[in-house]
Ligand binder design. Structure first.
Ligand code: ADE
Length: 214
């Protein structure tokens, strides 16, 4: 599984992927992630990646040329070119699961900035436009990381405890049940008795009953 993330803020992305679960997956060689500075594919002295919109209006638009060059260089036969946009398909757990099952997945992720991309990028260069929710962020770095993290943690061998994935209620479209750890009582707030009972059937039933369905 390989990701090429294209951004004008590589440091934000590097920092996240080199921490925690994703960095473990990188070290184990389960996933390969290359972070690219989009400005690498500019040809002017100012390394321009954005410009004003034709027809006027506020904000700046991501230019097509550097993105076109980046894709040309990085794209292979089976590559999915993804783009972050609040107008895209809403990312859901089942989609992450589908991606995670594709061992040969190679994905280029274009992180948006400014007011969006030149429409010709959407129309001609992209396979998958995704949103992480109905709100507008100042850039696509967080959505890109959400996608990479959400897929990576599902890959075999990434989470220390494989059971935590099997059990994870997100996989059957529901949220976790409530969990507790020591101490049994804190500040007068107690752990439900059933969880201390050792009765596996009752614990299972408690968890089923208290799962939060999405
Ligand atoms: N870029 C800005 N907001 C976004 C969102 N909610 N999802 C994906 N990309 C975005």
């Amino acid at each position: 599984m390989k990701f090429d993330i294209i951004t004008i803020f590589p440091n934000i992305v590097e920092e996240y992927i080199n921490t925690g679960i994703v960095s473990k997956a990188l070290k184990k060689g389960i996933v390969e992630i290359n972070v690219h500075d989009l400005r690498k594919w500019t040809s002017d002295n100012h390394k321009t990646v954005d410009d004003t919109p034709y027809g006027g209006g506020p904000g700046m638009i991501m230019k097509i040329e550097p993105i076109f060059k980046a894709i040309q260089e990085l794209k292979k036969e089976n590559t999915i070119v993804a783009i972050t946009t609040p107008k895209g398909e809403k990312l859901v757990q089942s989609k992450l699961k589908d991606f995670s099952l594709n061992q040969d997945l190679h994905m280029i992720i274009l992180c948006g900035r400014y007011e969006g991309f030149d429409q010709r990028i959407h129309d001609n260069l992209v396979d998958y436009e995704f949103s992480i929710g109905d709100y507008v962020l100042s850039g696509g770095e967080l959505p890109a990381l959400v996608l990479v993290d959400g897929i990576t943690r599902l890959l075999p061998g990434v989470l220390g405890n494989e059971d935590s994935l099997k059990d994870e209620s997100f996989n059957d479209d529901s949220l976790e049940y409530p969990q507790y750890t020591k101490p049994e009582e804190f500040n007068g707030w107690k752990v439900p008795k059933v969880l201390l009972s050792g009765n596996h059937k009752e614990i299972f039933e408690y968890r089923q009953k208290n799962k939060k369905i999405v």
